[in-house]
Design a binder for this molecule. Structure first.
Ligand SMILES: Nc1ncnc2c1ncn2[C@@H]1O[C@H](COP(=O)(O)OP(=O)(O)OP(=O)(O)O)[C@@H](O)[C@H]1O
Length: 369
């Protein structure tokens, strides 16, 4: 059975809007932020170490006593000049880098302990959380026997069982190796799909932003540099968000064809299609892929080459690149915007400019799903 049909931790009708504004000084560091956040989905707080991401989460959790500010979620105000709700009264689920489970208790007893004194939690929420994180088979195990990824899934289930109005993730994958990260990402995607509450997710790992974010808040030295949807952030003409210093595009679509012989899957991109490496996909699967700007080339006619994907696009903007020889071309394919880095000379030779129709050639090996 699809777990989506069984889970009702905060139903869709209860969707809420989050508004926050905080000021706080800690030594030489000053936090000064004001944000309105989407009511559902994952908002990634992204930025270099020390820019204030964790501090902002702690403000929302009510853990920064000196923070002056405002926080509201739906019609509840947790912080204002007149109010400062105690941390334990806030309906939050907090997932830390390390899940800190009691080693002498089983997984089940850890979870039961977690909800015992929580005002908003219920046994039903706990059962749903266990199902979403797929940890039924681990319940009787001692936590010392868990892998890092399993322990973190228990940590996330414990946070969900509290029936939170907002979920806070502080670098939940940072202490896991790459294999464990890959193992847990599908569960985070599932949490995101099945819960209609806002989630604030701190990371400086580019792949997590590409695979999980709906909205990105970029922070620098305690301030907000930008706050926008992932696709708008990546395709911001003047200052495209660079993940691992690279311009890229993140595309979502359904798998519409599988080529078993060549291990490829075809995903829909509006009314066009893109061949990607097949990672055990099935027809109908919703997939999200990241395409790096350096792996896309522009053409004005199809020539014989090794590119598996040729998309019809329209050039909508051309801006200076990092080097004087380069430009960043923004080209749209339906509702998706590709960012492509090319030399000015190549663009001039092709006779392409803003408004031109162009062909985007995309290497399918360069697509990361
Ligand atoms: N108790 C403190 N006294 C003085 N400065 C502090 C204190 N706690 C944190 N800071 C400073 O506040 C700033 C923000 O820290 P914070 O942990 O929020 O950053 P971050 O973006 O989450 O970093 P990271 O990605 O490394 O976790 C840092 O410059 C840090 O040195």
């Amino acid at each position: 059975m699809d777990p989506a049909s069984t889970v009702c931790i905060r139903s869709r009708e209860e969707a809420v809007i989050v508004e926050l504004a905080y000021r706080l000084s800690k030594g030489r560091f000053n936090l000064n932020v004001a944000l309105k956040l989407p009511e559902t989905g994952i908002t990634v707080l992204y930025g270099h170490s020390g820019c204030g991401k964790t501090t902002l989460l702690r403000c929302v959790a009510g853990l920064e006593k000196e923070a002056a500010g405002y926080f509201s979620i739906g019609d509840e105000v947790w912080d204002s000049p007149k109010t400062k709700l105690k941390p334990h009264k806030r309906a939050i689920g907090y997932v830390f880098q390390e899940p800190s489970l009691f080693s002498h208790l089983s997984v089940k007893d850890n979870l039961l302990y977690g909800i015992k004194r929580a005002v908003h939690a219920s046994k039903q929420n706990l059962d749903e959380a266990i199902s979403v994180l797929g940890i039924e088979h681990l319940l009787e195990q001692k936590t010392v026997a868990l892998s890092g990824g399993e322990a973190q899934r228990v940590g996330i289930a414990r946070a969900l069982a509290l029936n939170p109005k907002i979920l806070l993730f502080d670098e939940p994958l940072a202490s896991l190796d790459d294999d464990r990260k890959r193992e847990i990402l599908p569960f985070l995607k599932r949490v995101k799909r099945q819960l209609s509450i806002p989630m604030l997710y701190v990371t400086h790992a580019a792949p997590e932003v590409a695979m999980l974010a709906d909205h990105v808040v970029v922070m620098h030295e305690g301030s907000v540099v930008s706050s926008d949807s992932l696709s708008a952030s990546l395709s911001n003409e003047m200052l495209p968000l660079r993940l691992n210093d690279e311009i890229s595009t993140v595309l979502s679509g359904k798998v519409i064809k599988i080529d078993k012989q060549w291990h490829l899957a075809c995903m829909s991109i509006g009314d066009q299609a893109l061949w990607i490496p097949n990672n055990s996909f099935k027809i109908g699967n919703q997939v999200r892929v990241q395409v790096f700007g350096k792996d896309v080339s522009l053409a004005n006619s199809v020539s014989k080459n090794s590119f598996q994907n040729v998309l019809n696009a329209q050039i909508v903007a051309i801006n200076e690149g990092e080097h004087p020889s380069q430009v960043i071309v923004k080209a749209t394919v339906g509702e998706n915007a590709f960012m492509v880095s090319v030399t000015k000379r190549a663009l001039a030779n092709l006779g392409l400019g803003v408004g031109s129709r162009a062909l985007l050639q995309v290497k399918s090996v360069a697509i990361h799903s």
